[in-house]
Design a protein around this ligand. Structure first.
Ligand SMILES: O=C(O)COP(=O)(O)O
Ligand SMILES: [Mg+2]
Length: 215
């Protein structure tokens, strides 16, 4: 019997590729490097900001010494564009409402920095649904490590086996499997550019409204 659901943010609740693209374009422009196409950035999303910045700098051929200035510029620029180039996926508001109506407690767990995540959920009218919001800077390790899921279960006071993970990528699935949480993956997210059905999970859904049906 499920007690709670932990839901990923980027690629699961909100299509944030436009935000990432705008923040990275601004960051690269400040450092004197060209922007990277959205389709390329899509493959870099999901493993947190460090990974995103390092892979983007490597992609344009910039030296690794630009990592710190890039980090500073990105963290200054992102809050100015957060939510402006992103859209809540179809079915999310209804799906989240259904999970709550089924008696599940909800937490949002993302590799995005916690402050960016809270602000985005607020801007998109989703903040009220989540009891807890944890970002990639909340714990010592990020997804795909199981630690963030185990800590979120502990904060909810629920057992991992009774806490469903809903995400869009192999990161979410690997973290869930290692933590002992059941996992459902959405088919419309990023998953590092790979077909999500290749990833081991308990089910796959085209919309959050179908999550409880596939279990
Ligand atoms: O990589 C990120 O910053 C966000 O990724 P997530 O919300 O899918 O965990
Ligand atoms: Mg995601």
């Amino acid at each position: 019997m499920l007690q709670a659901a932990i839901i990923d943010l980027d690629g699961t609740l909100v299509d944030t590729l436009g935000d990432f693209s705008a923040a990275l374009a601004g960051t690269l422009a400040e450092l004197g490097w060209p922007a990277v196409p959205k389709e390329t950035i899509e493959g870099f999303i999901g493993k947190g900001t460090e990974h995103l910045l390092r892979t983007t700098l490597a992609h344009v051929g910039a030296p690794a010494s630009l990592y710190e200035p890039a980090w500073d510029a990105y963290h200054r620029i992102y809050p100015t564009i957060n939510g402006r180039h992103s859209q809540v996926y179809p079915g999310v508001a209804e799906g989240v409402a259904q999970l709550r109506a089924a008696g599940l407690r909800l937490a949002c767990l993302t590799n995005k920095p916690t402050e960016f995540a809270r602000e985005l959920l607020r801007a998109k009218g989703l903040a009220g649904a989540f009891e807890l919001v944890f970002g990639g800077d909340a714990f010592e390790r990020k997804k795909p490590d199981p630690l963030p899921l185990l800590k979120t279960c502990a904060a909810l006071g629920t057992l991992p086996a009774q806490t469903l993970m809903v995400g869009d990528s192999s990161n979410d699935a690997a973290a869930a499997r290692a933590a002992g949480c059941p996992v459902v993956l959405v088919t419309y997210g990023y998953n590092h550019g790979r077909p999500v059905r290749e990833v081991d999970a308990n089910g796959y859904v085209d919309s959050l409204v179908d999550v409880l049906k596939v279990l």
